[in-house]
Design a protein around this ligand. Sequence first.
Ligand code: G4P
Length: 530
Amino acid sequence: MNQLIENINKRRTFAIIAHPDAGKTTLTEKLLLFGGAIQLAGAVKARGNQRRATSDWMKVERERGISVSSSVMTFTYKDKIFNLLDTPGHQDFSEDTYRVLTAVDSAVMVLDGAQGIETQTKKLFEVCRLRDMPIATFINKMDRESKDPFDLIDEIEQTLQIDVCPVSWPIGMGNRFLGCYDLIQDQLILINKVDKNKKPEIIDTLKGLDDPDLEKKIPLEALTELREQIEMVRGLCKPFEKKAYLEGNLTPIYFGSAINTFGVQELLNGLSEITPSPRVQPSLERDVVPEEDKVSGFIFKIQANMDPKHRDRIAFMRLCSGHFKRGMKLKQIRTEKNITLHNAILFLAQDRELAEEAFAGDIIGLPNHGNLHIGDSITEGENLNFTGLPSFAPEFLQKVRPEDPMLTKHLGKALQQLAEEGAVSTFKRHLGGDWIVGVIGQLQFEVLADRIRTEYEVPVIFENSNLVTARWVICDDMNILNNFLKKNSDATCDDHKENPVFLARNNWHLDHTIEEWPEIKFLKVKEQGN
Ligand code: G4P
């Protein structure tokens, strides 16, 4: 096989989706332990604890260095190279999370066994569903009293309307929880439990439910229950079908306890067998196949750098095709400018290093001063515009002004940069020139005020805007559009890319205007990059 194809076929780029507290951070650490990317659990975990309260979360946001290096975590397991992308963990659903999910090929959904499907799990699942993404499920915290495993499977199937297939099975639960039986390999892996922060060693692998050694290792009562339950599972559930998983119609279910490292190896073995290699990426012009020789990619996330006062930013690029080499000259399609990439970086758990090379499926970080935007397509020259990276109309809108009117210009600059970073939507009113900021979740206002104050030294005041929503307005006939903007100048503005936007005071205002202007399209979702 040619070297390019071989390297691309090894890549597995995925994200973990979970409701806060289900155990995403703990599981991430255990995956990194097995992947040899860290030696001791505890490093990634610190974030999980800190971000619980709003104020703590902001502090973590400020310590952006940590989040940059844990935004992408690369590790190897068996013959695969995994890129695990972090989905921001706070309660408010944000576009940031959505965008990260556009850059992965599959997801692992983590549930708390006592809680089942929670609100955030469902939202994130729906996003993956929209893209027919393959999703594996890990039911965590089986060392606590959990819901009955059969009920959990049923809940997933019913609530999410997806076929389910248990591929590992818990032996007991709560303080009787002993581990997980691997239904695919038909085996039980026994691990030592010396230090739960270190990679556990395998003591024994017992093959089949009739292995005589099982009776020596598992109390008879638990073993009898396990045999009965597995017989039921095998009778009730269809066998695992990889095709249905890859099409997003079936989720394999793993059980475990991330904190005790139970079920993690089974999950990782499974992921290395079933997860898809980098996918074909659609663009306006054509579908781009990962194995193509020429490099291409798109920017899905921008993050301010370690030092908040230093306006360097890292743009995260998902490579869609080809073999990237350090020093390559690539073209930014939006601006038609060439950029030479000497200092692209790769993310290795808590470290970053200069990217000498990378392949389709990998994520590389491009340090820049704000010239790269979310949604930008980058290629070796071909005019490609990757699609599927939308902006959503904000659900909360507020007026923002600086405490000191002398700093209005500074505020404008800050808002422009934060909008380019994707942290917020900003609008400048056509009449009066007020700044309106829009977010998807309320919490983002607090974070925003904090960032503008600390990074740009502009204390700001948010005020009620009396607006309920925004819509991008487009029309084939520019005369009609200009006429609309003129007649509605008290309710229109420009976004940070100078696209015209209509601001609605209430639902009636929106509906009425839509009715009045049938030639105009009012868009709730808009593709990034244009
Ligand atoms: P998150 O990233 O999804 O928000 O969850 P995180 O891993 O931070 O875990 C949330 C809490 O659940 C943590 O407890 C963590 O220790 C605990 N946890 C994770 N996996 C398991 C598991 O398999 N079993 C049990 N019993 N608990 C688990 P905490 O008290 O909030 O933090 P800590 O003091 O334990 O670090």
